[in-house]
Design a protein around this ligand. Structure first.
Ligand SMILES: *[C@@H]1O[C@H](CO)[C@@H](O)[C@H](O)[C@H]1NC(C)=O
Ligand SMILES: *[C@@H]1O[C@H](CO)[C@@H](O)[C@H](O)[C@H]1NC(C)=O
Ligand SMILES: *[C@@H]1O[C@H](CO)[C@@H](O)[C@H](O)[C@H]1NC(C)=O
Ligand SMILES: *[C@@H]1O[C@H](CO)[C@@H](O)[C@H](O)[C@H]1NC(C)=O
Ligand SMILES: *[C@@H]1O[C@H](CO)[C@@H](O)[C@H](O)[C@H]1NC(C)=O
Length: 342
């Protein structure tokens, strides 16, 4: 969801972002077309302990670079220009809570991100800019709307690049909370996101990765936003993710957009993956308990490592590039905010 305006404003050095955005847009956007149903997480909770070995990735796809399990957790490293290791959940959740315990990368211009994204470009973000070792940004987008860039906030956090902190998003149909180590640091009410129009409300995947906003080939504004040029000789730069705990407030096998409104009331959660059967066995989300409070997240967890499916560790470079651009669009948008203020 790199914005068009962003691309227009910054032609230099953005060939990859442009390509990525184009690929993102050719993917089925249910806001514009009829698309296949999303695969849901059909359980209340999924905890992933990334210190537990390669089985930890069974519910995650590596979409760029390589990511391995270590004693400190999943290791995302940038060693040289072009590295942008990224993973994403191989399922969607439909309202829920995501806790990410991570230590951001060090260096200059390296962006550590934990974001949620839907097919119609709703997005909820945490982004740490390594240049600033006492803060992290929150952000959100509705339907890829980047007509204004006033949504990001900066949250103080102590030594995010030296210390593990837990960054959470608790997302219901009425509000989004960002929590730092269990304390709410930002709340977005549905009504305050352009009367809900800009409120993220469609099934989301979880995407985690790092990229070099300070890459010397990036546009000047991007480098500025990232706090300066990345000097790869100071690397490697590594982010560690200890664990990710996910609660899905509407567990289901599939989520189907029943129209092009992009409204949460148009999403049918279903325990049948057969498209012909989606209607009969599905229950409208309106009847599900969507306003679950964060306290319900304490229900019994099942271990992510118990899952048997094996995630693919490599994808085509085209897919990787697309994911790179997709995941990091928020950073681009934040940068564009700077442009607009000029
Ligand atoms: C994850 O990878 C598997 C195997 O390549 C693929 O079938 C699946 O569609 C991927 N999931 C997502 C959400 O892209
Ligand atoms: C996830 O849950 C496990 C088990 O309760 C806990 O040890 C871990 O710290 C949690 N991780 C996050 C990111 O909350
Ligand atoms: C996009 O967001 C802006 C506010 O940021 C709002 O004024 C505008 O109506 C939104 N556009 C659409 C199509 O929702
Ligand atoms: C991060 O970089 C700063 C400055 O280069 C350095 O002082 C600090 O020790 C580094 N922290 C880690 C965890 O490597
Ligand atoms: C689907 O099945 C799961 C697990 O049995 C259950 O928790 C959930 O409520 C079901 N969802 C729907 C939409 O029927």
């Amino acid at each position: 969801m790199v914005s068009n305006s962003f691309l227009k404003l910054t032609a230099v050095g953005l060939a990859t972002a442009q390509l990525g955005a184009a690929q993102t847009y050719t993917k089925c956007n249910p806001f514009k077309k009829t698309c296949a149903a999303d695969t849901g997480l059909n359980q209340w909770q999924l905890n992933t302990d990334f210190t537990s070995g390669s089985s930890a990735f069974s519910k995650w796809n590596t979409t760029s670079g390589s990511v391995e399990s270590t004693s400190l957790g999943a290791k995302f490293t940038i060693s040289e220009q072009g590295d942008a290791p990224t993973i994403e959940s191989d399922f969607y959740i439909f309202f829920g809570r995501v806790d990410v315990k991570m230590r951001a990368a060090n260096g200059t211009g390296i962006i550590s991100t934990a974001v949620m994204e839907s097919d119609d470009l709703d997005e909820i973000d945490w982004e740490q800019i390594s240049t600033y070792d006492s803060s992290i940004e929150t952000d959100y987008f509705g339907k890829g709307n980047t007509t204004s860039y006033d949504r990001a906030t900066t949250v103080d956090v102590s030594s995010p690049e030296e210390t593990f902190h837990t960054y959470s998003i608790d997302w219901t149909s009425s509000r989004i909370e960002w929590l730092l180590d269990g304390s709410v640091v930002r709340t977005l009410e549905y009504a305050n996101a352009v009367s809900g129009k800009n409120f993220p409300q469609t099934p989301m995947r979880i995407k985690i990765g790092i990229w070099a906003g300070g890459d010397p080939d990036n546009a000047e504004g991007t480098i500025e936003w990232a706090g300066g040029e990345t000097d790869y000789t100071n690397g490697p730069f590594t982010m560690y993710v200890d664990s990710v705990n996910i609660t899905n407030y509407n567990p289901a096998q599939a989520y189907k957009y029943t129209d092009k409104t992009g409204s949460y009331t148009s999403i049918k959660a279903s325990n049948s993956t057969s498209s012909t059967n989606l209607g009969s066995s599905s229950s409208s989300v309106a009847s599900s308990s969507m306003a679950s409070s964060s306290s319900s997240a304490s229900k019994t967890a099942s271990s992510g490592s118990a899952a048997s499916a094996s995630a693919s560790s490599t994808m085509s470079s085209a897919a990787s590039l697309s994911q790179f651009c997709f995941v990091f669009a928020a950073g681009m948008a934040a940068f564009a905010a700077g442009i607009f203020q000029l």
